[in-house]
Every structure is written in C-alpha cells, then in structure tokens.
Design a protein around this ligand. Structure first.
Ligand code: AMP
Length: 609
C-alpha cells in the first residue's frame, strides 16, 4: 500500500511520521535528525537550502534565510499580525497588489505557500529516499485556530510540493490521537496544551471508546518559543546598552547571534539553574572590540518570560468554559511543543488544571505521530478510531444593515452542514449578493471575508417574498463550501470560495510548473556540488601527499602532478559538469602516481636490507 505521510508543519520545526507495520514511526531526515527546521535559505550563488543546513548559515545570511513562514501563510498584508511580524523578521516581506504577503528574495517574490512547499518537498524527498518509493499523499496538521484561508494555503503548499493533502487536521487533535492510541480507558477528557515555536493552542477533547471529539479550542496564534527567545534578546540588548553604550538593534548579524544564543540559553535553563551567554566581538567602538558575557539564572529567565507564560492562562479558561467543564473534570493534560520543556511552563499548566501534566509522549513528535495515525485510520490500517474535529471560528453571511448571521457556530463538529432561508430587501430585487464571512463579530465588516458571489435571475416579487436557501458545508479538512438556491426557480449558484490568502488554481499550476522546471536544475546543482566536494577532498589529500612524497617522483612526473593539481583547482570554480568530471579523472591518475611513490618509499628500505 502506498505510504501516506503524517506531517507536522511547524513554525520552527517540522516532523514527519508514517505507519509502518501497523504502528507510527518518525522518519529521520538526511542528517539523522527526527525534526527538521522549517527554514529555507537562498545563498548568494543561487542555491536553495532547506532545514538544518539553512539554519546553520542563518547567521551570515539573515536577510535571505526565511523562517517562521507559518506566521504569514494565508494572511493578508493588512492583518495586524503581519504588522507585528514585519518588525521582527530579519527578511523583507512586501505587499502584493492583491493584498497578499510576499517574501522578497533579491529580485523575486515568493508566497509563504511556496516557502512552506520547499520544506514539505524536502520532507517528501527524504522520506522517499528512506523508503525507496515515490510518496504522493499526506496529512498535514495546522494550529486549531487557523482559519479557512490558512488551511487552504497549507493545502496549496502541499500541492506545490507535489503532495495531495488528504486532510488538514488540528495539531492538538493529532496529539490526542497519538495519546489515545496508547490508552485503554473507555472515557477520558484530555486537555492538550501546545506551546510550540510560534503558536499556542489549547484544546479540550473527549475520547469515548476510541472515538475522539474536540469539545473546544482556544489559543493565541502569536505566542510561542520565539517570544521567549525575544524576551532574552531584549534583556541582553538592554544590558549591552547599559554596559557598553551600544545599541545592537540595527546590526542584523549581531541580532542573529543574539537570537541563537538566547534560544540556546533558554533550552539549557530547562535542565540547569544558571547559564552563561558568551558572544565575543559582538561590536566595537573607538575603545576596541566589545563582548557579551552575561550570566542568566533560571529565576531571572522566569521573570523575563512570566508575562508570556501568564498569557496562556486565559485561553485555557476560555476553552474550559466553552467545553462546559471545570478544571478538575479534565482527566489528563498533555504537553505538545518544545517550549513546554520549560519547567515554569509546566508549573503553570499544573496551576491552571490542578494536576501535573503528562509527559509520556515526546512533545516534538507527538503531532506528526498523530497525523500518521490519522493516515492509518483513513487507510484502514488502524481500526476502532473515529475522529471528530471542530471548526475553530463561526461562519456565516452578511445580511441587510451589515449584520453578520452565523450559519455554523464555532466549535461545531466537522464535517458539518447547515441551511438557512434568506430573502430580498427591496421590491423586484433580482440579484442577491452572498458575502461569506468567518469570525465572531456581529458586525459583518469586522469579520474576515472569505469571498462573495451573486445569485441572479430572481423573479420580480415584493420584498421579503423570494426564498433564498443558503447552505454552508465544511468538509472534514475544515474547507468551506457555500451555495445559494432560489426556491421558486430552483436556480442555484455554487460558490467556489477562493479564500483570501489562498492562491488561485492558475497560480498554483504556475508554481507547480515552476517547481517542476526547477527540479532538474536543482538536482543538477546538487550533483555538481557533490562532485565538487569530492574533487576538493581529492585535491587536498593529493596536495598533502605531494608535499610529503613529491621529491620521490621523477622530475617530469613531478611537473605533471603539479600542473594537474593546478588545473583541478581551477576546475573548482567551473560550473560545467564535464570540467569537474575531467578533473576528477585527472585526480584519480594523480592519486595513483602518488600512491606508487609512497609504496616506492616504503619498499625502498626493505629492498636495501
Ligand atoms: P516546536 O514548534 O514544537 O518545534 O517548538 C519549538 C520551540 O521549543 C522553540 O522555540 C524551541 O526553542 C523550544 N524548545 C525546544 N527545546 C526546548 C527546551 N529543552 N527547553 C525550552 N524550550 C525548548
């Protein structure tokens, strides 16, 4: 049976699992790591790097290293969250004419979906290598609070990467699936507290004889580990101004170094009580170079991040309230996301729910494992589990006077469908416009517009007489379909919502075609780099031997080897595969000559005896 990937496409890291012989397995990437940084970088020579290799060079290439793209995906430029992100990202983002967000890399603009697709493609490829077969299908997880545009954009990212996304599922739902599989209890109420790199989600779920139901969700799409790093950075920046009188805020390279050091210190403080942040040569002034050498205690760290940790309490209370539960009615609290490793976060969870959280599942992998289990359920490889998910925001239409009428309430179990009858507001009105909205506000324009369409050809009648039936349907991935029907004529208008932030199918085709066209080019570049690495190794090795044993060669051989080494070094700057291949062959010849010379040297004393 063809494999289906379960992918946790995270803000900071992504993780992938599949079902193997009936149980979920996390797939390690090419470097052997079980999570892959969701980072894409573009180097000066036009190469694209993904994952750890991109993260490693971030410090020297901050403006072309794209991270945290999940914060941008499916959002419009005007969104307040984008304004906030703009101030903190080290790479430039710009507004497209249609209000979308684009990421500018030199002379090219990328949509967030395209960048996310590079990460997905990398995952797809290392999984294909691991299994030696093509993989075309996936289940991708998203934060519970993602609206329809963000879900649609995530799906688009999958398509661009060559993956058919069978389902988009909520991260906390996936986590509880992973958890529930190990449990044998018939009934259990679970709270999933997910504090990852960029988002916070809290969900309350019930497991009933293998059936999962999400009772409520809440969260904060702009709260995560990166804010913890930033709190440490801000503190470091303040301390440095106080001690050295230098403001590093404009120095991108220094900021990158501070960011890395802050994250490292934060992770260390999960197990130690004190750590030292050392950043030599971070700046210089007339008096010479300046260094940062700062001790950060766990107490100090906790006071820096306390406001962030406190911010998780209210969504938890809201989720409990929506589910109609008191904290003591929750049987188990599970932790998801690397940031929950901070002990103070765990204490907070205990304070809110009155019980210690369970930590039996690896918080970095649990979501991907859950996605793989869901794939197993779809494929029939895993039985006895049914998954009921909920829609995170209400959906409805704008009615007369700019009022929002909800057809589907937030936290409704999906898939779901609802129909309501509307009418006209003026006599002989033959057109109605259906404006589809998502949100919780009563005033239509305060909610997010998902699209508009018109139903035309309504027969002349007095206002209030025509009956227009509007149907909302949400499929199991949370994707919305809306239709309107004039009951008198039966004339209907189906709406193909092109959600704000989503890409049109033309655009997707273009991006897919572009990605495919670049695939060969990328593969060629990769191969060239591999060959050059090999050549470089041979040149270095042969040069060393030549220095040591060159005097054992005949003069003409010595000249030849010297010249060949020179030519090979020149070939390192060539971009033609043929030149590199020739140089490699020449280097093999040189290796043979030098090996003979070495043998001759070691043979000589023996024959002299
Ligand atoms: P995730 O999105 O689940 O990959 O979470 C990533 C976040 O968890 C990042 O902000 C990491 O810095 C943070 N993180 C990872 N390991 C630890 C740790 N040992 N202690 C504290 N935070 C951590």
């Amino acid at each position: 049976m063809a494999k289906v990937l379960g992918i946790d496409l995270g803000t900071t890291n992504s993780c992938c699992a599949v079902i193997e012989v009936g149980s979920p397995q996390v797939i390690a990437n090419r470097e052997g790591a079980r999570t892959t940084p969701s980072i894409v970088a573009f180097t000066e020579d036009g190469e694209r790097l993904v994952g750890q290799i991109a993260k490693r060079q971030a410090i020297t290439n901050p403006s072309q290293t794209i991270y945290a793209v999940k914060r941008l995906i499916g959002r419009k430029w005007a969104a307040p969250e984008i304004r906030d992100a703009r101030d903190h990202l080290s790479y430039p983002i710009v507004a497209a004419p249609n209000g979308d967000v684009k990421i500018r890399v030199r002379d090219r603009d990328y949509s967030p979906e395209e960048i996310a697709a590079f990460v997905l493609r990398e995952i797809k490829e290392f999984c294909e290598e691991a299994f030696g077969e093509e993989i075309r299908e996936a289940i991708i997880t998203v934060p519970a609070y993602f609206d329809d545009s963000q879900r649609q954009a995530t799906r688009d990212a999958g398509r661009i990467a060559g993956l058919e996304v069978l389902r988009i599922i909520n991260e906390p739902t996936a986590a509880s699936l992973a958890y529930g599989l190990e449990k044998t209890k018939a009934h259990e109420t679970i709270a999933v507290y997910d504090l990852g790199g960029g988002t916070f989600d809290i969900s309350i779920l019930r497991i009933d004889n293998g059936m999962f139901e999400v009772l409520s969700t809440s969260g904060d799409t702009f709260l995560g580990g990166e804010d913890f790093d930033r709190a440490i950075m801000d503190w470091l920046l303040g301390e440095f101004i106080a001690s050295a009188g230098i403001d590093l805020r404009q120095d991108r390279l220094a900021l990158q170094r501070l960011k890395e050091a802050a994250e490292k210190a934060k992770c260390e403080l999960s197990t130690t009580h004190e750590t030292t942040i050392a950043l030599p040569f971070i700046a210089s002034d007339a008096s010479g170079p300046k260094h940062i050498n700062q001790v950060l205690t766990r107490d100090r760290f906790e006071s820096l991040v306390e406001p962030l940790i406190q911010r998780t309490a209210e969504p938890c209370r809201n989720a409990l309230e929506s589910a109609g539960l008191q904290p003591d009615q929750v049987d188990t609290v599970i932790l998801v996301g690397g940031q929950t490793r901070t002990p103070r976060v765990q204490q907070m969870v205990e304070t809110i729910f009155g019980r210690a959280p369970s930590r039996s599942i690896n918080p970095d992998e649990v979501v991907a494992v859950g996605a793989a289990i869901q794939a197993g359920v779809l494929r029939g490889e895993i039985k006895d589990i049914v998954l009921l998910d909920v829609t995170p925001l209400s959906l409805g239409i704008e009615t007369h006077g700019g009022i929002f009428v909800k057809l589907i309430e937030r936290n409704s179990t999906i898939p779901t469908k609802n129909t309501q009858i509307f009418t006209t507001v003026s006599d002989n009105q033959n057109v109605v416009e259906i404006s589809v909205l998502q949100g919780e506000r009563e005033i239509a324009k305060e909610n997010k517009s998902l699209g508009k369409f018109q139903l035309v050809g309504i027969p002349a009648a007095a206002r209030g007489v025509p009956q227009i039936e509007v149907t909302f349907a949400i499929d199991s991935s949370g994707i919305v379909n809306v239709s309107a029907r004039d009951m008198a004529t039966g004339r209907a208008q189906g709406l193909q919502i092109n959600p704000a932030g989503g890409l049109s199918s033309d655009e997707i085709e273009r991006i897919v075609a572009e990605a495919d066209a670049n695939k060969t080019l990328d593969a060629k570049k990769k191969e060239l780099r591999r060959l050059k690495n090999k050549l470089e190794g041979l040149i270095t090795g042969n040069e060393r031997i030549f220095r040591e044993f060159g005097n054992l060669l005949q003069p003409d051989e010595r000249d030849r080897v010297g010249r060949t080494l020179q030519v090979a070094k020149e070939a390192m700057t060539c971009e033609e595969r043929g030149d590199i291949d020739n140089a490699l062959l020449d280097m093999q010849g040189v290796s043979r000559i030098l090996t003979n010379a070495m043998l001759y040297k070691t043979d000589k004393p023996a024959s002299a005896e």
